[in-house]
Design a protein around this ligand. Structure first.
Ligand code: TYM
Length: 354
Protein backbone atom coordinates (compact mmCIF):
# COMPACT_ATOMS: atom_id res chain seq x y z
CA UNK A 1 0.00 0.00 0.00
CA UNK A 2 1.28 3.43 -0.77
CA UNK A 3 2.39 5.51 2.15
CA UNK A 4 1.07 9.08 1.77
CA UNK A 5 4.12 10.48 3.53
CA UNK A 6 6.26 8.95 0.79
CA UNK A 7 4.04 10.14 -2.08
CA UNK A 8 6.13 11.97 -4.68
CA UNK A 9 5.82 15.72 -4.27
CA UNK A 10 6.01 17.85 -7.38
CA UNK A 11 8.92 20.03 -6.27
CA UNK A 12 7.77 22.87 -8.48
CA UNK A 13 4.42 23.07 -6.69
CA UNK A 14 5.97 22.67 -3.27
CA UNK A 15 8.13 25.74 -3.87
CA UNK A 16 5.04 27.83 -4.72
CA UNK A 17 3.07 26.46 -1.79
CA UNK A 18 5.77 27.80 0.50
CA UNK A 19 4.95 31.26 -0.89
CA UNK A 20 1.20 30.80 -0.44
CA UNK A 21 0.69 30.21 -4.17
CA UNK A 22 -0.70 27.32 -6.20
CA UNK A 23 1.88 27.64 -8.97
CA UNK A 24 3.02 29.70 -11.93
CA UNK A 25 0.81 30.40 -14.93
CA UNK A 26 1.72 31.21 -18.49
CA UNK A 27 -0.90 31.73 -21.14
CA UNK A 28 -1.23 33.61 -24.39
CA UNK A 29 -3.54 34.95 -27.07
CA UNK A 30 -2.65 35.57 -30.71
CA UNK A 31 -2.92 39.17 -31.93
CA UNK A 32 -4.80 38.22 -35.08
CA UNK A 33 -7.77 40.58 -34.71
CA UNK A 34 -11.47 40.02 -33.90
CA UNK A 35 -10.92 39.09 -30.26
CA UNK A 36 -14.19 37.37 -29.37
CA UNK A 37 -16.44 36.01 -26.66
CA UNK A 38 -14.83 32.54 -26.91
CA UNK A 39 -11.40 34.03 -26.18
CA UNK A 40 -12.90 35.84 -23.21
CA UNK A 41 -14.95 33.03 -21.65
CA UNK A 42 -12.47 30.26 -22.50
CA UNK A 43 -9.33 32.13 -21.52
CA UNK A 44 -9.01 35.83 -20.66
CA UNK A 45 -11.69 35.93 -17.97
CA UNK A 46 -9.98 33.00 -16.26
CA UNK A 47 -6.60 34.75 -16.52
CA UNK A 48 -8.00 37.49 -14.30
CA UNK A 49 -9.74 35.10 -11.92
CA UNK A 50 -6.61 33.04 -11.29
CA UNK A 51 -4.29 35.94 -10.55
CA UNK A 52 -4.78 35.82 -6.77
CA UNK A 53 -3.51 32.25 -6.49
CA UNK A 54 -0.74 32.10 -9.06
CA UNK A 55 2.24 34.06 -10.27
CA UNK A 56 1.13 34.94 -13.81
CA UNK A 57 2.78 35.60 -17.17
CA UNK A 58 0.27 36.70 -19.80
CA UNK A 59 1.71 36.94 -23.24
CA UNK A 60 0.54 38.38 -26.55
CA UNK A 61 1.93 35.78 -28.92
CA UNK A 62 3.04 37.85 -31.90
CA UNK A 63 5.57 35.21 -33.04
CA UNK A 64 2.70 32.77 -33.36
CA UNK A 65 0.60 35.30 -35.28
CA UNK A 66 3.05 35.46 -38.20
CA UNK A 67 2.73 31.72 -38.85
CA UNK A 68 -0.02 33.02 -41.14
CA UNK A 69 0.20 36.25 -43.18
CA UNK A 70 -0.24 39.47 -41.14
CA UNK A 71 -0.20 43.11 -42.12
CA UNK A 72 2.73 44.59 -40.11
CA UNK A 73 0.96 47.84 -39.13
CA UNK A 74 -2.12 45.94 -38.07
CA UNK A 75 -0.08 43.40 -36.13
CA UNK A 76 1.27 46.15 -33.87
CA UNK A 77 -2.24 47.57 -33.30
CA UNK A 78 -3.66 44.11 -32.64
CA UNK A 79 -0.87 43.40 -30.16
CA UNK A 80 -1.90 46.47 -28.18
CA UNK A 81 -5.54 45.38 -28.47
CA UNK A 82 -4.83 42.07 -26.70
CA UNK A 83 -2.81 43.86 -24.01
CA UNK A 84 -5.75 46.26 -23.58
CA UNK A 85 -8.11 43.28 -23.23
CA UNK A 86 -5.91 41.76 -20.52
CA UNK A 87 -5.96 45.03 -18.62
CA UNK A 88 -9.67 45.65 -19.18
CA UNK A 89 -10.43 42.13 -17.91
CA UNK A 90 -8.82 43.16 -14.63
CA UNK A 91 -5.33 41.65 -14.77
CA UNK A 92 -3.12 43.62 -12.41
CA UNK A 93 0.00 44.52 -14.39
CA UNK A 94 1.78 45.73 -11.27
CA UNK A 95 1.73 42.20 -9.84
CA UNK A 96 1.89 40.07 -12.99
CA UNK A 97 3.63 40.28 -16.35
CA UNK A 98 1.73 41.40 -19.47
CA UNK A 99 4.09 41.39 -22.45
CA UNK A 100 4.52 40.49 -26.08
CA UNK A 101 6.35 37.31 -26.99
CA UNK A 102 8.87 38.81 -29.43
CA UNK A 103 10.14 41.14 -26.66
CA UNK A 104 11.40 38.09 -24.75
CA UNK A 105 13.91 36.42 -27.09
CA UNK A 106 14.22 33.30 -24.91
CA UNK A 107 10.86 32.04 -26.26
CA UNK A 108 12.28 31.69 -29.77
CA UNK A 109 15.63 30.43 -28.47
CA UNK A 110 14.03 27.62 -26.44
CA UNK A 111 11.68 26.88 -29.33
CA UNK A 112 14.67 25.98 -31.51
CA UNK A 113 15.86 23.47 -28.91
CA UNK A 114 12.33 22.04 -28.76
CA UNK A 115 12.20 21.78 -32.56
CA UNK A 116 15.04 19.33 -32.08
CA UNK A 117 13.35 17.48 -29.18
CA UNK A 118 9.83 17.10 -30.67
CA UNK A 119 9.42 14.20 -33.10
CA UNK A 120 7.88 14.56 -36.55
CA UNK A 121 5.39 11.85 -35.64
CA UNK A 122 4.14 14.00 -32.73
CA UNK A 123 3.78 17.09 -34.88
CA UNK A 124 1.95 15.17 -37.60
CA UNK A 125 -0.86 14.42 -35.15
CA UNK A 126 -1.63 18.09 -34.40
CA UNK A 127 -5.18 18.77 -35.54
CA UNK A 128 -4.85 22.58 -35.43
CA UNK A 129 -2.15 22.44 -38.10
CA UNK A 130 -4.41 20.35 -40.31
CA UNK A 131 -7.32 22.79 -39.82
CA UNK A 132 -5.25 25.92 -40.39
CA UNK A 133 -3.21 24.57 -43.31
CA UNK A 134 -6.40 23.39 -45.00
CA UNK A 135 -6.18 21.67 -48.36
CA UNK A 136 -3.14 23.60 -49.58
CA UNK A 137 -0.73 22.04 -47.08
CA UNK A 138 2.31 22.41 -49.35
CA UNK A 139 1.86 26.16 -49.15
CA UNK A 140 1.60 26.39 -45.33
CA UNK A 141 4.56 28.01 -43.56
CA UNK A 142 7.14 25.92 -41.76
CA UNK A 143 6.32 28.10 -38.73
CA UNK A 144 2.70 26.93 -38.75
CA UNK A 145 3.93 23.36 -38.55
CA UNK A 146 6.40 24.13 -35.73
CA UNK A 147 3.80 26.28 -33.90
CA UNK A 148 3.16 23.80 -31.04
CA UNK A 149 6.89 23.53 -30.23
CA UNK A 150 7.01 27.33 -29.84
CA UNK A 151 3.94 27.11 -27.63
CA UNK A 152 5.72 24.53 -25.44
CA UNK A 153 8.65 26.95 -25.23
CA UNK A 154 6.32 29.82 -24.18
CA UNK A 155 5.19 27.73 -21.23
CA UNK A 156 8.39 26.00 -20.22
CA UNK A 157 10.71 29.01 -20.51
CA UNK A 158 9.01 30.05 -17.23
CA UNK A 159 8.72 26.46 -15.93
CA UNK A 160 5.00 27.28 -15.70
CA UNK A 161 3.00 24.70 -13.75
CA UNK A 162 -0.48 25.67 -15.03
CA UNK A 163 -1.93 26.96 -18.30
CA UNK A 164 -5.49 28.34 -18.52
CA UNK A 165 -6.87 27.80 -22.04
CA UNK A 166 -10.01 26.92 -23.98
CA UNK A 167 -10.64 23.31 -24.91
CA UNK A 168 -9.15 23.68 -28.40
CA UNK A 169 -5.62 23.99 -26.94
CA UNK A 170 -5.71 20.69 -25.03
CA UNK A 171 -3.77 18.75 -27.63
CA UNK A 172 -1.01 21.37 -27.69
CA UNK A 173 -0.70 21.10 -23.91
CA UNK A 174 -0.37 17.33 -24.13
CA UNK A 175 2.46 17.87 -26.61
CA UNK A 176 4.04 20.36 -24.17
CA UNK A 177 4.04 17.63 -21.51
CA UNK A 178 5.65 15.16 -23.93
CA UNK A 179 8.34 17.68 -24.84
CA UNK A 180 9.03 18.44 -21.16
CA UNK A 181 9.34 14.76 -20.30
CA UNK A 182 11.60 14.01 -23.28
CA UNK A 183 13.83 17.01 -22.57
CA UNK A 184 14.11 15.99 -18.91
CA UNK A 185 15.03 12.43 -19.91
CA UNK A 186 17.47 13.35 -22.64
CA UNK A 187 19.29 16.30 -21.07
CA UNK A 188 18.38 17.04 -17.47
CA UNK A 189 16.77 15.60 -14.34
CA UNK A 190 13.24 14.18 -14.05
CA UNK A 191 11.92 17.42 -12.53
CA UNK A 192 13.78 20.00 -14.58
CA UNK A 193 10.71 21.07 -16.52
CA UNK A 194 7.35 20.63 -14.76
CA UNK A 195 4.67 18.50 -16.36
CA UNK A 196 2.25 21.35 -16.95
CA UNK A 197 -1.45 21.11 -16.07
CA UNK A 198 -4.11 22.69 -18.30
CA UNK A 199 -6.81 24.76 -16.54
CA UNK A 200 -9.93 24.47 -18.70
CA UNK A 201 -12.52 26.24 -16.58
CA UNK A 202 -16.11 27.48 -16.69
CA UNK A 203 -19.35 26.69 -18.51
CA UNK A 204 -18.08 27.81 -21.95
CA UNK A 205 -14.72 26.20 -22.66
CA UNK A 206 -15.62 25.75 -26.31
CA UNK A 207 -17.86 28.55 -27.59
CA UNK A 208 -19.34 27.78 -30.99
CA UNK A 209 -20.17 30.03 -33.94
CA UNK A 210 -23.48 31.91 -33.68
CA UNK A 211 -24.18 30.90 -37.30
CA UNK A 212 -23.39 27.19 -36.94
CA UNK A 213 -23.44 25.37 -33.61
CA UNK A 214 -21.06 22.69 -34.90
CA UNK A 215 -18.23 25.13 -35.75
CA UNK A 216 -15.96 26.81 -33.21
CA UNK A 217 -16.33 30.58 -32.77
CA UNK A 218 -13.15 31.89 -34.38
CA UNK A 219 -11.30 35.08 -35.20
CA UNK A 220 -10.93 34.01 -38.83
CA UNK A 221 -14.57 33.16 -39.65
CA UNK A 222 -15.49 35.37 -42.63
CA UNK A 223 -18.91 36.16 -41.09
CA UNK A 224 -18.99 38.92 -38.46
CA UNK A 225 -22.30 37.47 -37.35
CA UNK A 226 -20.55 34.26 -36.27
CA UNK A 227 -18.95 35.97 -33.26
CA UNK A 228 -19.45 38.67 -30.65
CA UNK A 229 -16.24 40.66 -30.39
CA UNK A 230 -15.11 42.27 -27.16
CA UNK A 231 -15.37 45.74 -28.67
CA UNK A 232 -18.91 45.29 -30.09
CA UNK A 233 -21.34 48.02 -29.06
CA UNK A 234 -24.64 47.10 -27.36
CA UNK A 235 -26.66 47.29 -30.59
CA UNK A 236 -24.21 45.01 -32.44
CA UNK A 237 -24.37 42.48 -29.59
CA UNK A 238 -28.19 42.62 -29.69
CA UNK A 239 -28.31 42.21 -33.46
CA UNK A 240 -25.90 39.26 -33.45
CA UNK A 241 -27.83 37.44 -30.72
CA UNK A 242 -31.14 38.15 -32.47
CA UNK A 243 -29.75 36.67 -35.70
CA UNK A 244 -28.02 33.73 -33.98
CA UNK A 245 -29.10 30.45 -35.51
CA UNK A 246 -31.64 28.45 -33.50
CA UNK A 247 -34.06 25.61 -34.24
CA UNK A 248 -37.85 25.64 -34.40
CA UNK A 249 -38.46 24.03 -30.98
CA UNK A 250 -38.93 25.64 -27.57
CA UNK A 251 -35.88 25.73 -25.29
CA UNK A 252 -34.59 22.25 -24.32
CA UNK A 253 -36.21 20.56 -21.34
CA UNK A 254 -33.03 18.97 -20.01
CA UNK A 255 -29.32 18.43 -20.58
CA UNK A 256 -29.82 15.33 -22.71
CA UNK A 257 -32.04 17.29 -25.10
CA UNK A 258 -29.70 20.30 -25.14
CA UNK A 259 -26.79 18.08 -26.15
CA UNK A 260 -28.65 17.05 -29.29
CA UNK A 261 -29.35 20.67 -30.28
CA UNK A 262 -25.98 22.35 -30.88
CA UNK A 263 -27.20 25.94 -31.35
CA UNK A 264 -29.39 25.87 -28.22
CA UNK A 265 -26.63 24.16 -26.28
CA UNK A 266 -24.08 26.78 -27.31
CA UNK A 267 -26.28 29.74 -26.40
CA UNK A 268 -27.12 28.14 -23.05
CA UNK A 269 -23.41 27.60 -22.38
CA UNK A 270 -22.72 31.26 -23.13
CA UNK A 271 -25.57 32.32 -20.87
CA UNK A 272 -24.38 30.06 -18.04
CA UNK A 273 -20.82 31.37 -18.31
CA UNK A 274 -21.89 35.01 -18.37
CA UNK A 275 -24.30 34.48 -15.46
CA UNK A 276 -21.68 32.46 -13.57
CA UNK A 277 -24.01 29.53 -13.04
CA UNK A 278 -23.61 25.97 -14.23
CA UNK A 279 -25.06 24.76 -17.48
CA UNK A 280 -27.78 22.64 -15.82
CA UNK A 281 -29.05 25.68 -13.92
CA UNK A 282 -29.26 27.64 -17.19
CA UNK A 283 -31.14 24.80 -18.87
CA UNK A 284 -33.59 24.60 -15.94
CA UNK A 285 -34.18 28.38 -15.99
CA UNK A 286 -35.38 28.41 -19.60
CA UNK A 287 -36.73 24.85 -20.12
CA UNK A 288 -39.73 24.87 -22.48
CA UNK A 289 -39.70 28.66 -22.99
CA UNK A 290 -39.53 30.48 -26.32
CA UNK A 291 -36.16 31.26 -27.87
CA UNK A 292 -37.17 34.90 -28.20
CA UNK A 293 -37.54 35.26 -24.38
CA UNK A 294 -34.22 33.56 -23.84
CA UNK A 295 -32.43 35.69 -26.46
CA UNK A 296 -33.76 38.90 -24.89
CA UNK A 297 -32.39 37.83 -21.49
CA UNK A 298 -29.08 36.72 -23.02
CA UNK A 299 -28.71 40.06 -24.79
CA UNK A 300 -29.24 42.02 -21.56
CA UNK A 301 -26.71 39.87 -19.76
CA UNK A 302 -24.11 40.04 -22.56
CA UNK A 303 -24.41 43.83 -22.77
CA UNK A 304 -24.18 44.13 -18.98
CA UNK A 305 -21.08 41.92 -18.73
CA UNK A 306 -19.22 42.87 -21.91
CA UNK A 307 -20.15 46.53 -22.32
CA UNK A 308 -17.93 47.97 -19.57
CA UNK A 309 -15.01 45.83 -20.64
CA UNK A 310 -15.32 46.87 -24.29
CA UNK A 311 -15.46 50.53 -23.25
CA UNK A 312 -12.34 50.13 -21.10
CA UNK A 313 -10.52 48.39 -23.97
CA UNK A 314 -11.33 51.30 -26.28
CA UNK A 315 -10.16 53.81 -23.68
CA UNK A 316 -6.85 51.94 -23.33
CA UNK A 317 -6.41 51.55 -27.09
CA UNK A 318 -6.71 55.32 -27.41
CA UNK A 319 -3.61 55.59 -25.18
CA UNK A 320 -1.00 53.41 -26.93
CA UNK A 321 1.87 54.98 -24.95
CA UNK A 322 0.36 53.66 -21.72
CA UNK A 323 -0.15 50.18 -23.19
CA UNK A 324 3.44 50.18 -24.45
CA UNK A 325 4.72 51.05 -20.97
CA UNK A 326 2.80 48.10 -19.54
CA UNK A 327 4.25 45.81 -22.22
CA UNK A 328 7.78 47.13 -21.63
CA UNK A 329 7.59 46.56 -17.86
CA UNK A 330 6.06 43.12 -18.45
CA UNK A 331 8.87 42.17 -20.84
CA UNK A 332 11.46 43.22 -18.25
CA UNK A 333 9.81 40.99 -15.64
CA UNK A 334 9.50 38.11 -18.09
CA UNK A 335 13.09 38.39 -19.34
CA UNK A 336 14.36 38.35 -15.76
CA UNK A 337 12.72 34.94 -15.21
CA UNK A 338 13.27 33.47 -18.69
CA UNK A 339 16.97 34.26 -19.20
CA UNK A 340 18.34 32.19 -16.30
CA UNK A 341 16.13 29.24 -17.33
CA UNK A 342 17.43 29.50 -20.91
CA UNK A 343 20.98 29.51 -19.52
CA UNK A 344 20.23 26.29 -17.61
CA UNK A 345 18.83 24.73 -20.79
CA UNK A 346 21.85 25.76 -22.86
CA UNK A 347 24.17 24.30 -20.24
CA UNK A 348 22.19 21.05 -20.17
CA UNK A 349 22.29 20.76 -23.96
CA UNK A 350 26.03 21.41 -24.01
CA UNK A 351 26.15 24.81 -25.71
CA UNK A 352 29.41 26.56 -25.00
CA UNK A 353 29.09 30.04 -23.52
CA UNK A 354 32.64 31.29 -24.11
P1 TYM B 1 -5.91 31.78 -29.64
O1 TYM B 1 -5.32 33.11 -29.85
O2 TYM B 1 -6.54 31.07 -30.79
O3 TYM B 1 -7.00 31.82 -28.50
C1 TYM B 1 -6.72 32.41 -27.24
C2 TYM B 1 -7.41 31.63 -26.15
O4 TYM B 1 -8.82 31.60 -26.40
C3 TYM B 1 -9.28 30.26 -26.36
N1 TYM B 1 -10.35 30.12 -27.36
C4 TYM B 1 -11.58 29.69 -27.08
N2 TYM B 1 -12.15 29.28 -25.93
C5 TYM B 1 -13.45 28.92 -25.99
N3 TYM B 1 -14.18 28.93 -27.14
C6 TYM B 1 -13.65 29.32 -28.31
N4 TYM B 1 -14.37 29.35 -29.43
C7 TYM B 1 -12.28 29.72 -28.31
N5 TYM B 1 -11.44 30.17 -29.29
C8 TYM B 1 -10.26 30.41 -28.68
C9 TYM B 1 -8.08 29.41 -26.74
O5 TYM B 1 -8.21 28.09 -26.27
C10 TYM B 1 -6.96 30.16 -26.06
O6 TYM B 1 -6.87 29.79 -24.70
N6 TYM B 1 -2.09 28.57 -29.39
C11 TYM B 1 -2.83 29.56 -28.64
C12 TYM B 1 -1.99 30.74 -28.20
C13 TYM B 1 -0.78 30.36 -27.40
C14 TYM B 1 -0.77 29.87 -26.08
C15 TYM B 1 0.61 29.73 -25.76
C16 TYM B 1 -1.76 29.56 -25.16
C17 TYM B 1 0.51 30.46 -27.83
N7 TYM B 1 1.34 30.08 -26.83
C18 TYM B 1 1.00 29.24 -24.52
C19 TYM B 1 -1.36 29.08 -23.92
C20 TYM B 1 0.01 28.91 -23.60
C21 TYM B 1 -3.91 30.12 -29.56
O7 TYM B 1 -3.86 30.05 -30.75
O8 TYM B 1 -4.85 30.84 -28.92
Amino acid sequence: MSDPTNAPVNPHLAAYAARGLKGRILSGVQPTGNLHLGNYLGAIRNFARLQGDYECFYCVVDLHAITQPQDPAQLAAQTREIAAAYLAAGIDASRHAIFNQSAVPAHAQLAWVFNCVARLGWMNRMTQFKEKAGKDRENASLGLYAYPALMAADILIYKATHVPVGEDQKQHLELTRDIAIKFNNDFAQPDFFPVTEPLILGAATRVMSLRDGTKKMSKSDPSDFSRITLTDEADAIAQKIRRAKTDPHPMPADAAEAEKRPEADNLLGIYAALADIDRDAAIAEFAGRQFSDFKARLTDLAVEKLGPMGAEMKRLMADPAHVDRVLRAGADKANAVAEPILAEVYRAVGFLRP
